[in-house]
Design a protein around this ligand. Structure first.
Ligand code: TMP
Length: 266
């Protein structure tokens, strides 16, 4: 860690990121850690190299979304682990968008994982670790003032556009966008504010399955003890063409992981 970092004021430390005060008022630096947690922090580990990959993947996706007119907090990537973003008031809502049955939806309703949904489902969760991020409805959001009606309308509209775009993008690299989580923030401009996409989009908060084999290329590898997390995240980055294509020898892949695993079972 460079000296510059130690001089910066830390604003917040989350499970996978640290936020520092940015160089100018209204800016924040997002630092991507290698820490991984699951099940509301019950399961913890570090996945060496994860932060670097998530920083790159999220930068790439936010830039592409920005180009199609999605307002985001993203300004620019600063280095391997940090990006400069606009300071926003994060709304206490996690938005989950689902295209395929998986995870908690499968569990809660007794459905089989992998069934394509005939329409996209948008779910809301109240962002509160102490309560384990309980599922909520638009009624709760309105009643408790977590977002205004206009803000919620924008969130839903943006979520649908983001899903349409990302589903197509991933389909083009042979990946099924099963589900993913978004966070939004209030960006203030004088006395007015608007809702913008914030946080990150990375394999930490998405389910990404290989279209042919259904192989998991996301954090479920960690949640379900499958191993090969970094290899899977690298595979996503490689398919998005954001890894150097020079055959860097230290770049691992899932094939290497599968072989090593098969060998250890012999
Ligand atoms: P779920 O099936 O466990 O509800 O997860 C749905 C999606 O949301 C999945 O892609 C993972 C992501 N997610 C997060 O990013 N953070 C969380 O705390 C949870 C529970 C899910």
């Amino acid at each position: 860690m460079g000296y510059a970092m130690s001089r910066r004021r830390q604003i917040y430390e989350g499970k996978a990121k640290i936020l520092y005060e940015g160089p100018e008022p209204g800016t924040i630096i997002q630092y991507f850690k290698d820490d991984a947690t699951a099940f509301n922090g019950e399961k913890r580990s570090t996945i060496s190299g994860k932060g670097v990959l998530n920083n790159r993947i999220s930068e790439h996706l936010f830039l592409l979304l920005g180009r199609i007119g999605i307002p985001t907090h993203f300004i620019k990537r600063l280095n391997m682990r940090e990006q400069l973003v606009r300071e926003v008031e994060i709304l206490p809502i996690e938005v989950v968008i689902r295209n395929v049955v998986a995870g908690s939806l499968a569990k809660r309703l007794g459905l089989e994982e992998g069934t394509a949904l005939n329409r996209t489902i948008i779910e809301f969760y109240y962002k509160n670790d102490k309560l384990g991020d309980p599922m909520i409805t638009a009624e709760h959001i309105a009643a408790f003032g977590w977002a205004t009606e206009d803000e919620l309308h924008d969130i839903e509209e943006l979520s649908v556009r983001i899903n349409d775009f990302l589903q197509g993008l991933f389909a083009g690299i042979n990946i099924r966008l099963v589900d993913f989580k978004l966070e939004f923030g209030r960006l203030w401009d004088g006395e007015f504010s608007r809702v913008v996409l914030a946080d990150e989009i990375s394999p930490d908060g998405c389910r990404l399955w290989d279209s042919d084999t259904n192989e998991k290329l996301d954090k479920d590898r960690f949640r379900r003890d499958l191993g090969g997390e970094v290899e899977a995240y690298q595979e996503v980055a490689r398919r998005l063409r954001i890894l150097p294509e020079d055959g860097t020898p230290q770049v691992l892949n899932l094939e290497t992981h599968r072989k090593a695993k098969a060998k250890s079972k012999e």
